[in-house]
Design a protein around this ligand. Structure first.
Ligand code: MSP
Length: 656
């Protein structure tokens, strides 16, 4: 009989070599589920990949002076490496730049056009480039993107539209009739009340103002809107509309799309509407998880508060990091990341609870029984019945919770067993039993309960912490096979009575919190090296800074600084120093005169992003009005270099 199938996906990631610990959450969670299902006998398809098209990538590549393809190729290798470091066992890695994917997207677009679900018109409205999302004016919050709070750009172009509005009633009906479709429940209410019931507009699904995307096959001046391109990955990866669609027939519809809460809207409205239009079955579930936050805010590159997962893995191992992520983010909610919380969890849950249970059990068997082998004659005690029934209950609870993707609850269920077993050591006091030869059978019984408990726990943690179980098995004399199969956890007593113990490595050494916090603080702060340099300079040449040299933050706040995009520039007639430029600051365009003509030609200056002082009193230079000033760095020779953002950021963004 063929195995039941299970298809799970993560979102496909924007190519960035700064994927942080928050990004790892979705992938680690999906990996835990994929591993669990494999252990339960499913034929699993676990898909992840990268979302490589769009204006944002095109601009980044342009800034780096490379082609968009070269730009993304570089990063994708790095992302794959990160997933290897995190022990991610994906079955397929899709790139939206894969030829097969692009062809499928084109076929989907054409099929919908032929059907009349996509039509041509003109789009005039707002676009948030970082989110690659269109908005109507009334959806903006204080004139800014309602999702990320950044300024939006006004765009007006001939576009294709998808008849999203036509699917509104069917979507509402589907969500109401299938309460499992959007999970957790709160996200379901949010989608119904905030988006679906107020009414859907048709969706603009092509762009003409940039090139880096999948061209519309029958109208190549247009590229397919990135979200249509991206969402289609879930079926293009299976060969939908290709010469070989076996995987599609086998795995579709997906069992679950695991996504972060900010992209639930795309997955529960646009995606199902597209599938309805294609007359395909809908995924069984979209699960919108919470974020890992820092000081209550989302970890993000632009805020500079990202935590590098590879650093953490190199210090504590991937199991500890995977455990922390899955334990710390409560079902449906955000979880706070601090180095301190991470170390506390490692010390308490891993070193203390699991690590100690293993080392104490193994050490006692070795100490009290010749060759570390338990005798067959064993006696039960008054606590055993409680342990067995607790294990049974906890297994049931943990399985139910994993099925629902409530990983933090499942881990807590497992840790209830671990803590109970540790308490059992204190209750039964093996060291007291060991003093009297008459208690040998009783002592053996206690240590058997501990070993068997450990075997069961080690199997249960495997989906979450794939490296640790082997280490425990090596210490309790178990080899991978029947005794480590998931189903064996339902049979208490499967471990042979003559269990063998052999002390192994300390799996989770206790961490000196204070020392480690200091190391982490520097390791995760990119400014570290600079800080060190400054410190050294200060040591060599102490320089007194008088009170009067400082300005207060209020003084600084008086200066309004913004990112400007130079859209036009020309030499000021009869001046070899001045350029007069049109600089875009979000919605507004200003004329600014700058003394940089010796260092930048107008052609070089156009297209750059610079920092502009926007509240400087306007002045006339050579009779030309200048409203603001472009900031420049000046070296000793007086050479000027315009100051700009290190990474792409939309014009009009505040600099503070
Ligand atoms: N490319 C889109 C998805 C297209 S799917 C058809 C995208 N990419 S992303 O790289 O920005 O995000 C990928 C995943 O990482 C999302 O599920 C997102 O929610 C998740 N996370 C990013 N930061 C996160 C945290 N700080 N915490 C938890 N998850 C986070 O969106």
């Amino acid at each position: 009989m063929s195995k039941p199938t299970y298809y799970i996906t993560t979102p496909i990631y924007y190519p960035s070599n700064k994927l942080h610990i928050g990004h790892s959450y979705t992938t680690v969670a999906a990996d835990a589920m994929a591993r669990y299902k494999r252990l339960r006998g499913y034929d699993v398809m676990f898909l992840t990949g990268t979302d490589e098209h769009g204006q944002k990538i095109e601009r980044r590549a342009q800034e780096d002076g490379v082609t968009p393809q070269a730009f993304v190729d570089n990063i994708v290798d790095w992302i794959k490496e990160l997933w290897t470091t995190m022990d991610i066992t994906y079955d397929k890695f899709i790139r939206t730049t894969d030829t097969e994917h692009k062809e499928t997207v084109q076929k989907i677009f054409k099929a919908l056009y032929d059907k009349g679900d996509i039509y041509k018109s003109e789009y005039a409205g707002m676009y948030c480039t970082p989110c690659e999302t269109f908005f109507t004016e009334h959806q903006l919050v204080d004139g800014k993107c309602p999702d990320c709070g950044r300024p939006v750009e006004r765009v007006k172009e001939e576009s294709y539209f998808f008849k999203l509005s036509a699917y509104q009633d069917r979507l509402i009906k589907h969500i109401e009739e299938n309460p499992e479709f959007i999970q957790p429940q709160t996200r379901q209410n949010e989608m119904l009340n905030n988006f679906l019931r107020p009414g859907l507009d048709d969706l603009c699904v092509s762009r003409t103002s940039f090139k880096w995307g999948v061209p519309v096959e029958f109208d190549p001046g247009h590229v397919v809107y990135v979200w249509i391109d991206a969402l289609s990955n879930y079926i293009s990866a299976l060969g939908y509309l290709s010469h070989n669609d076996e995987a599609f027939k086998k795995y579709w519809p997906a069992d679950v799309h695991l996504v972060g809460k900010e992209i639930v809207r795309f997955h529960t409205i646009i995606w199902p509407a597209l599938l309805m239009a294609l007359e395909l079955p809908l995924p069984k579930q979209i699960f919108g998880h919470g974020w890992l936050v820092i000081d209550g805010g989302k970890m993000s590159k632009s805020k500079g508060n990202v935590v590098d997962p590879s650093i953490l893995v190199s210090r504590y191992g991937s199991d500890a990091i995977r455990y922390f992520l899955l334990r710390e983010i409560a079902f449906g909610q955000d979880g706070n990341f601090t180095n301190e919380a991470l170390i506390t969890r490692i010390n308490s849950d891993l070193a203390n609870d699991l690590g100690n249970l293993t080392s104490r059990t193994v050490a006692m068997i070795e100490k009290y029984f010749e060759g570390g082998v338990l005798p067959e004659v064993q006696e039960e005690n008054e606590f055993d019945a409680d342990i067995k029934s607790l294990v049974k209950t906890q297994i049931q609870k943990a399985e139910d919770n994993v099925e629902k993707l409530f990983f933090n609850n499942a881990l807590e269920d497992i840790w209830v067993i671990i803590r109970r077993l540790n308490k059992y050591i204190d209750e039964t006091m093996p060291w007291v039993l060991a003093k009297d030869e008459a208690n040998k059978a009783k002592l053996a019984g206690v240590l058997y309960t501990l070993s068997e408990g450990l075997r069961i726990v080690s199997i249960m943690i495997e989906p979450f912490m794939p490296q640790t179980p082997e280490k425990i098995w090596a210490q309790i004399g178990v080899q991978r096979g029947e005794l480590t199969a998931w189903d064996s956890i339902h049979t208490w007593g499967a471990l042979p009575k003559a269990a063998l113990a052999k002390k192994g490595e300390n799996m989770f050494p206790r961490i000196d919190k204070e020392k480690e916090l200091e190391i982490l603080e520097t390791a995760n702060t990119p400014k570290t090296e600079i800080k060190e340099e400054v410190k050294q300079e200060v040591k060599e040449e102490p320089k007194e800074v008088k009170e009067a040299d400082y300005i207060t933050i209020d003084d600084f706040a008086k200066v309004e600084l913004k990112i400007g995009e130079v859209i036009e520039s020309a030499r000021v007639p009869k001046s070899d120093k001045l350029l007069v430029s049109k600089i875009k600051l979000g919605e507004e365009v200003r004329q600014i005169v700058s003394g940089i003509a010796k260092y930048y030609s107008p052609e070089e200056f156009v297209g750059t992003k610079v920092v502009v002082v926007t509240n400087l009193k306007p002045v006339k230079l050579r009779g030309i009005l200048s409203v603001g000033m472009v900031l420049c760095a000046a070296d000793e020779s007086g050479k000027l270099v315009a100051v700009g953002p290190l990474e792409d950021v939309v014009s009009g963004s505040e600099v503070r």
